[in-house]
Design a protein around this ligand. Structure first.
Ligand SMILES: Cc1ncc(COP(=O)(O)O)c(C=O)c1O
Length: 422
């Protein structure tokens, strides 16, 4: 029989045009371990995409998979709507003990449907229900998902255009740095909220990322985040931190807002929460906000029990000591230094790097240049994606657990590609 290894024909013929990553990385992937993906021809790729931030602990962490296999072998509940299960109790208790209490945080847990957008939808609904106000303030370049509620608080015109109906209920304000580093955009927000004639009604909530991921790797400063929290308190508005891409250690600490010492009213987690790519989503809400009536917000796949098992294993393996955070600090420093060298060596002196922890971006100014760089990098064995309003930023999100050898291997490939193109 003729081998059709790496053939994309089935996907081209039968999968919808909506597919995207299989166009950027046109091979058929078969296996993966840690930071390395392998295709059907046995070619290896260093993974700086990590499932768009879903594989912070790398592909197929053997300890997490082992717990999943043991759980399945023992006849553990896989699906149970939102019934009480041993796996869910274990997760809630361990999360409270390992993550919340040491940080002085008190939250109730809500398990929405398993995607990030499900968590965003639930948070927006809850904020509206608690405050009785319909409006939400979101920020320029913010990305919160593509279901209609989440899309209404997402800035990108390309995604918004696919909605097919007016997206309402949100007002966009300038994110930190939108008008350059020397302009504090929180002043603008204060002015608008304090002015009864600004045309902006007092919202139910402000939703923000602490580092905008899809929007171009835009890290907000500590001062700006604190100012936003202060404004929320001043005007009686809820603060929702969308930690879906930035959480679970991506910026070094478990929550990305720890460096700014925030205590958001609602925190959203998904992506890397299960630790191994299984769908799982979580809202953490201040207890006094829990005004839901039973089943008022629901979903068939709330609380994926197998994912809760691996999520508990990930907490125990990675968050009971400082090793992972220390590694993120060190690997992030290496990435920052290598990116600095890459930009200095490039002939196009306008390239620049930014980010926090192991969430870094190489701004190429044009989508065309960024595309050339990532496409050559892919040919040379690196999977890395683009982000930003014009897809002009190369987004580096290696697994947090990547070893130095694989990290340098990926960065070497990127270096060569930048050098060949800019
Ligand atoms: C910050 C942020 N919020 C929400 C989402 C939506 O998550 P999902 O794609 O799982 O719906 C994403 C996805 O990239 C994200 O980066």
């Amino acid at each position: 029989m003729l081998s059709n290894a790496n053939s994309l024909l089935t996907f081209e013929n039968l999968e919808s045009n909506v597919r995207s990553y299989s166009r950027s990385f046109p091979v058929v992937f078969r296996t993966a371990e840690g930071a390395i993906l392998e295709d059907e021809d046995g070619r290896e790729f260093v993974d700086f995409l990590s499932g768009a931030g879903t594989l912070n602990y790398g592909h197929n962490d053997p300890d997490l998979l082992n717990d999943a296999i043991k759980y399945l072998d023992s006849g553990g509940i896989v699906h149970g709507l939102d019934m009480a299960t041993s796996a869910k109790r274990e997760f809630i208790e361990r999360f409270d003990e390992i993550i919340l209490r040491p940080r002085g945080l008190t939250y109730k847990f809500q398990f929405p449907g398993p995607t990030g957008a499900n968590a965003v939808e639930a948070a927006l609904k809850l904020a509206r229900k608690v405050t009785g106000r319909p409006g939400i303030i979101s920020f320029t370049n913010g990305f919160h998902g593509v279901s209609l509620g989440a899309l209404a608080v997402t800035g990108n015109r390309y995604y918004r255009g696919a909605a097919g109906l007016p997206l309402t209920g949100a007002v966009f304000m300038p994110y930190d740095g939108y008008w350059g580093a020397d302009k504090d955009t929180s002043d603008c927000l204060d002015r608008v909220l304090g002015d009864a004639s600004s045309g902006v009604d007092l919202p139910a909530a402000i939703i923000t990322e602490t580092v905008q991921g899809e929007g171009g790797i835009n890290p907000a400063t500590k001062d700006w985040l604190r100012a936003i929290e202060r404004l929320c308190k001043k005007y009686g508005v809820l603060l929702i931190v969308d930690d879906i891409q930035t959480g679970c250690g991506r910026t070094g600490s478990f929550f990305s807002f720890e460096f700014a010492d925030l205590a958001p009213d609602i925190v959203l987690l998904s992506k890397s929460l299960s630790g191994c790519g299984l769908p799982l989503s979580l809202l953490l809400l201040k207890p006094e906000l829990d005004v839901w009536r039973p089943g008022e917000h629901n979903g068939t796949f709330r609380g994926n029990n197998l994912a809760l098992v691996t999520a508990t294993a990930a907490l125990q393996k990675y968050w009971t000591n400082e090793k992972l955070s220390d590694h993120v600090a060190e690997a992030g420093r290496i990435m920052g230094e290598r990116l600095r060298q890459i930009t200095e060596r490039s002939r196009d002196h306008s390239l620049s790097a930014r980010g926090r922890g192991m969430m870094l971006g190489l701004d190429c100014n044009t989508g065309k240049l960024a595309e050339k760089i990532v496409s050559k990098a892919f040919q040379d064995g690196l999977v890395v994606e683009r982000c930003g309003a014009e897809d002009e930023v190369i987004k580096l999100l290696p697994p947090l657990t990547i070893d130095k050898q694989a990290l340098h291997r990926g960065l070497d490939i990127l270096d060569t590609s930048v050098h060949a193109n800019a």
